[in-house]
Design a protein around this ligand. Sequence first.
Ligand code: ARG
Length: 563
Amino acid sequence: MNEKDFVSQALVNALDETLTVSEVKDLLENPKSPEHGDVAFPTFSLAKILCKAPNIVANELAGKIVTEDFERVEVIGPYINFFMNKEKVSQEVLQQILHEGAHFGDFDEGDGRNVVIDMSSPNIAKPFSIGHLRSTVIGDSLALIFEKMGYNPVKINHLGDWGKQFGMLIVAYKKWGNEEVVKEQPIAALLKLYVRVNDEVKKDPTLDEEAREWFLKLEHGDEEATALWKWFRDESLIEFNRLYDQLGVNFDSMNGEAFYNDKMDEVVRILSEKGLLQESEGATIVDLEEYDLIPALIKKSDGATLYMTRDLAAAIYRKKTYDFAKSIYVVGNEQAEHFKQLKAVLKEMDYGWADDVYHVPFGLVTKDGKKISTRKGNVILLESTLQEADERALRQIDEKNSSLPNKEKVAHEVGVGAVKFFDLKTDRMNGYDFSLEAMVSFEGETGPYIQYTYARSKSILRKANFIFEGSKKYALADASSWEIVKLLQLFPSIVKRAADCFNPSVIAKHVLQLSQSFNKYYAHVRILEESEEKQSRLALVFAVATVLKEGLRLLGVDAPDEM
Ligand code: ARG
């Protein structure tokens, strides 16, 4: 229970249930300044119901509140201000965290059901873009958050390994390609071919026709086309996997678009049986005017299938295979229309579970304020970027703590953590400007700042040799620890909100706030000095360390004990 629960329960008891707990809870406010307590109840709405003046209602009601949950209850005009019993609350929160450890904030909401997460999903033979990095990092964090909510996350990398661009690529390779060059630097070489063929097709439209034919051949299992496709795919995957290793991210399934090649006829059959298909300029579509959406393209005039067709097959396959509670797609906001169409078609097909399908969009990342485009080859090469992040982290560690053991390992945890945290602290719909400088800084709202705070708390505990004793009473009643206790107490509801909103930034912002409060505390309070509160203060430090580490873990960020 958090403080609003306590207050609403106490009010409902005093009110003889004139209002329900949830009605009261909706009215509660968090006072701006601590002099006005932890929670305030404005009596205006209640006064209307009771036909009395608000300040009279406030006085009468406050007189009826008797519980040891509050230090005191004060009336100021029409407001009732509640001051929580710091001693009691801090004792409960500290006990709970010390007992539960990393399980603090676990839920059983999911009951072991599957949540399917479509994430990362880069395109074969093209560079892994910063958008794919966002999808990877956000998707991975959501998987961890849903796991904490009691679900079983299933991470699927829906590789872009099918489509007409493979026709383009085969044409380009056959015209200008070279096996050695591709082997040496697969993605760079294939991208070059892809950019070139896209340029030349403007002058020579027959290339487009050739590409279309090659893709059709591929869809029909032509041997040469398939062998080339498979080779491009294998080579690209070697590069992608290197990056996933660096990021420490893995997948439960690498079934990309090609996997659904033999599952699309079935989808088209169902669509046709349900009378949903229409011809339009030779192509086959599902009309979605009723949803205010442009038609979903199912087949081109030459019979070739499309991105949408494969996504329909994938959605149905996932329901059959995983019987998911939720199926989420972590994909850039520029594909919002596509996912609206996907959901709408599933609805038209009468699948009730279409309501469990969610597009989790995110905003664009810029570099020096400019859009980063893959086509033009203006890509941040992520592997070298991550490497550079590690190096910068190592330089900072060398300055601050050059004798640290395992320096390289810690530098990697800090470097990659910095890039992930920077991404995740941003509300996902907002984009951000990519800046390694800002990411790896030990100050400001960064991953390293939180890791550093965690390492500081561990160092205090090491120095004090703190051992948690289950039978001991740890409690603190002063104002500076209260700020921290309140943040600790909120953690479970923060986890739940992050899951409900598919938004890891809720957790990132919370661990930032907790770090800031803790550092303030550290600057003011002599934690290690002998005093009556020493053990309780250490228990508070222990609880902060526990929640920081768990919060970072949910973001996919490691927390080294020393740095
Ligand atoms: N490969 C696509 C792209 O890079 C993203 C795929 C997202 N997932 C999906 N099921 N459509 O744009």
